[in-house]
Design a protein around this ligand. Structure first.
Ligand SMILES: [Zn+2]
Length: 247
């Protein structure tokens, strides 16, 4: 019996055949400040021709995120960028990022705000690692941080260490998860963006806001508050270091 492939399946098969097989790194790219800076670091370390980026659709309210990720991938000239659908997420859980009816708030006594997407980084890193192996890449970049964070359990270093071990066992592939911001404050991250010469890109071409407003965002949601507070600290530190010394 002949198996017929749909047009989409045919396109995807061709895509996979055409992909390079000697890449170095895959960056989990959401379109926000952290992942965009990760992308810049990976490109600087390995060269754009050896870096791929992956973006996930998991039912988030703001489809704009994907648009920003696509633009960033283009701007940094990475060898491949893929937007992968994890639509099943909606069948498993809900939260303020996926549903308009869940308010963004940090309830008293809760470990993290209602924006937590349970297990998101575990799924993201597994999917990214599967693709990385098919590209010949062993390095995965993710912008997670436990320095200035919202208490999401899958942003902690302990989780990343365990996930790396799990991926190595699951795939028999020497995956290395790189987390440049694990112990870095947002202010230090802004300073890094400046040193990398991408301050303007991070300021204007990323989307961090939980309300889907690019750049500085709504200024009110937890993500904006974290980003903007870090930015203010970064600016303040700069003006102090520029002040002439009175000896
Ligand atoms: Zn916001």
């Amino acid at each position: 019996m002949r198996i017929r492939f749909s047009r989409v399946e045919r396109v995807e098969r061709v895509e996979l055949r055409m992909e390079k097989r000697d890449m170095k790194a895959v960056v989990v790219l959401s379109g926000g400040q952290d992942s965009a800076t990760c992308l810049a670091l990976a490109v600087r370390r390995y060269g754009a021709a050896n870096v791929a980026a992956i973006t996930f659709r998991y039912g988030q309210r703001h489809a704009l995120e994907t648009k920003f990720a696509k633009r960033l991938a283009k701007r940094f000239g990475v060898a491949a960028h893929k937007v992968v659908s994890l639509d099943f997420y909606r069948q498993l859980t809900t939260n303020a990022l996926m549903s308009k009816t869940v308010p963004i708030q940090w309830k008293k006594g809760a470990r993290c705000p209602t924006t937590v997407v349970e297990g998101r980084n575990a799924f993201f890193l597994l999917a990214a690692a599967v693709w990385a192996k098919s590209l010949g890449a062993t390095v995965l970049y993710t912008g997670v941080s436990e320095a200035d964070f919202s208490g999401y359990p899958d942003c902690r270093e302990a989780f990343i260490r365990a996930q790396q071990r799990m991926l190595r066992l699951a795939l028999e592939w020497p995956v290395k998860i790189v987390t440049p911001f694990m112990h870095m404050s947002k202010a230090a991250e802004w300073a890094l963006a400046e040193r990398l010469g991408i301050l303007d890109v991070i300021e204007n071409e990323t989307l961090t806001c939980y309300n889907g407003i690019p750049g500085k965002g709504c200024g009110k949601c937890p993500a904006c508050r974290l980003r903007n507070r870090g930015y203010a600290e970064f600016r303040a530190a700069k003006s102090v270091s520029r002040r002439p010394r009175r000896d």
